[in-house]
Ligand binder design. Sequence first.
Ligand code: V47
Length: 366
Amino acid sequence: MLELISDKRIRPIAEKVLAGERLTFEDGLALYDSADLPSIGAMANHVREKLHGNKTYYNINLHINPTNTCFMSCRFCAFGRKAFDEKSYILKPEEIVDRARRQMPKGCTEIHLVGGLDPRLKIEYYCGYISALKEAFPEIHIKTLTPVEVVYIARMSRMTVSDVIDRLAEAGMGSMPGGGAEIFDPEVREQICEHKCDSEGWFETHRELHRRGFKSNCTMLIGHIEEPRHRIDHLVRLRTHQDEWGGFQCFIPLSFHPANTKFSHLPPPSGFLELQTIAISRLMLDNIPHIKAYWIMLGIKQAQVGQWFGANDIDGTVVHEEIYHDAGAATPQGMTVETLQRLVRECGREPVLRNTIYEEIGGPVA
Ligand code: V47
């Protein structure tokens, strides 16, 4: 492989990758500084195949956003609405159960729920919808809330983060998705989402989850005002947490969609940056097992290519998605199992059905 690397500056990094050595902050920056994307992709693919062979994981899931009212004003967000907006909504627990009953795809194992921040909603609301879903669908894994919501609920309900997590766990929360991470660097955070929880609150929440044995995911939002050094700093912070606590099972690089946001004047991230980031994440995050190329956000074509640039997961059926579609995503709202399997096979990978915690759960269900 080494002789195929055109950019000689990154050959020492390839040697480290082949030797299984950890990459440094400077290595990460050098990779972002190189235009030799095929070589970086080949390095990431080497790691990906060492970990997962030819498998690409997918799941059968349903997304529900309990509320879109949000008192924050994150500049990258097109989803949140102020309470007086006629398009704002708060679903009651029974409405969430009803929607799940109507929309749940055959073989579904997971409901993924995240929403806006509304001071009128206290811990009882969140525990209410979790326990209502668990009562109606005891076998379904409830993957819900991000540290941003947890820290806010703690503040609004006058509780500690630790107590909020205990209550959510008692109600039946199974794990947490990776949202709210954005970019950890405080100067970037100040410009894109200054009111929401900082990196300390984000990591505290995951620490509290991981020390109790819960799994969670992590993300990074790319292609807005951040620079390569902010992305590498973000990845190194995740890696450091993981060294101590474990618990992150999947990393998802998220591409910024500018439409209908305060950054609508920015161009969307390039396909080059997306693939570079998937690959560099795979290389930097040597202790996080899975990298997801989320088809809803990347588009189907790029999610397929991502499977050769370090990703080994494509996410699932989703069924109904609001966060990216409000920001101009052109992907479908959901996908059938048959289509997911076909798309994975078409790019030469083996589709493997998983549950939320990456247990393989057997062949096609359709
Ligand atoms: O934290 C919001 C991002 C995240 C925009 O854990 C935007 O399996 C791009 O975290 N353009 C929420 N991104 C979604 C998320 C997620 C999605 C799928 C799977 C998992 C998982 C987690 O979406 C937010 C923010 O970073 N986001 N607005 C936008 N306009």
